[in-house]
Design a protein around this ligand. Structure first.
Ligand code: PLP
Length: 433
């Protein structure tokens, strides 16, 4: 479906996996309305074929190279989705002990796991060493020292990369920009060589690579090329001192279309990066990548029911049953998600703000959207596969939504809707007098 069709057919990113046929929205070969009937709303619907197609673009771009895609599971850490990527041969980029256990539970090969994050605890390091993960992406000098101590206690040597902060502007939202000097991430470019000398001197560490990740929702190739140049300068300086770097991890960050953005395709991005690597004589180096959003973002939608129409003197509100606790990105980043009816009506549209039931004015999913809808209709919120369910909360004591994975004409519930008991399962009634 092209953008020109929007007046006739609503537009959602994610075609052809989410597309209108016979006057209604389908997820691959399954009617979205059937899923909403069966499982209720709010309901996340994911397309396995869309995930594998997104992964395929990376695999095409890296064909013939020694490369490993480590899915950044913070984007969406449902076990079934992790299994999709584990079975497809992916490694995982993790940022917590919880993510480590999820990855292992989903069948990940430990040596294909890289552990990022500025605040790893000793217990998390210990467990990751015991299972034998592939690499710790270390984010500070202090962390190098703690990891060294933990590894020596275990009689192990921890495989490490230093996460370098290349001071490159990823040209994205400030909250998801991570490669600038004033961000908390990584070790500053001009301190990295010294950090490597220090790491190489510690008996509990084994230097295996170098890492950088400059931000998320990056929509052009330029910031990646800038970061690559800066990292390669460092690689050459580090190796000149006799410290060998087995792999180069360029992080994740590739953006997706939410609302007309045109990020490079993963294969085109990697063609450009590989050309630069080859030109500088680093073509044979093992490559690691940590994509999250670009693998799952447009492989998911969230279905929500219109509870009330509330026309007003200044604004018209559509009050729906999904809210900021299910889809936090609009409230958090002022983010745009396409919103389209599951079964479009033929009446002329009206302009609505689409809002949830949570008691916050920040609880909105879309502003000033032209929609022809009535109470009881289902709407699909687009680009909901990444950083939605994984950021969901219980705010306002709302149980988390259900999730369904579609593959061809089959659908499987991969997370049941939370019950009332789930809301207070970990709480204890007052026992003090
Ligand atoms: N790697 C690291 C270290 C990250 O912090 C993130 C996300 O912020 C990612 C990978 C994944 O980024 P994205 O989902 O934009 O690909």
């Amino acid at each position: 479906m092209s953008r020109a069709d929007t007046t006739l057919t609503p537009y959602l990113p994610g075609a052809p996996f989410f597309a209108y046929r016979d006057g209604e929205l389908w997820a691959e070969g399954v009617r979205v309305a059937d899923l909403a009937h069966e499982h209720g709303t709010p309901l996340f619907v994911y397309s396995r074929t869309a995930m594998l197609a997104a992964l395929g673009a990376y695999q095409r771009g890296l064909a013939g190279r020694d490369a490993l895609v480590c899915y950044a599971m913070k984007a969406n850490s449902n076990l079934a989705i992790l299994e999709v990527f584990a079975r497809a041969g992916c490694g995982f980029d993790i940022v917590s002990g919880g993510e480590l256990e999820r990855a292992l539970r989903a069948g990940a090969a430990p040596e294909r796991i890289v552990f990022s994050g500025v605040g790893k605890t000793r217990a998390e390091m210990r467990r990751a060493l015991q299972v034998g993960i592939g690499c710790f992406n270390v984010e500070s000098r202090a962390e190098l020292d703690v990891l060294d101590a933990v590894a020596r206690e275990l009689g192990a040597r921890a495989p490490v990369s230093v996460r370098v902060n290349p001071d490159v502007d990823a040209q994205t939202h400030p909250y998801i920009s991570t490669g600038l000097k004033d961000n908390k991430f990584g070790i500053a470019h001009d301190e990295a060589l010294d950090a490597y000398r220090h790491a190489a001197s510690l008996p509990g560490l084994r230097v295996v690579g170098i890492d950088c990740h400059i931000g998320s929702q990056i929509t052009s190739t330029g910031p990646y090329l800038d970061a690559l140049e800066r990292v390669l300068d460092l690689v050459e300086a580090i190796e000149a001192e006799g410290i060998a770097l087995h792999h180069l991890d360029l992080g994740g960050g590739l953006g997706i279309e939410y609302h007309g953005e045109q990020p490079p395709a993963a294969d085109a991005l990697w063609q450009a990066l590989l050309a630069r690597l080859d030109a500088r004589g680093h073509g044979q180096r093992r490559l690691l990548l940590e994509p999250g959003r670009s693998l799952v973002g447009n492989a998911g939608i969230c279905i929500t029911e219109v509870l009330y129409t509330k026309p007003g003197p200044v604004k018209n509100f559509l009050i729906v049953d999904a809210a900021m606790n299910d889809l936090p990105r609009p409230a958090m980043y002022d983010a745009y998600h396409a919103i389209a009816p599951v079964r479009p009506r033929t009446e002329p549209p009206q302009v609505w703000d689409v809002v949830g039931p949570v008691c916050e004015s920040g609880d909105w999913l879309g502003r000033e959207r032209a929609l022809a809808v009535q109470a009881g209709d289902w709407l699909a919120v687009g680009s909901a596969g990444a950083y939605c369910m994984s950021m969901a909360s219980h705010y306002n004591s709302r149980g988390k939504a259900a999730e369904v994975l579609v593959s061809g004409d089959r659908a499987q519930l991969i997370r049941a809707r939370e019950s009332i008991n789930d809301l207070w399962r970990q709480e204890r009634g007052l026992a003090l007098d």
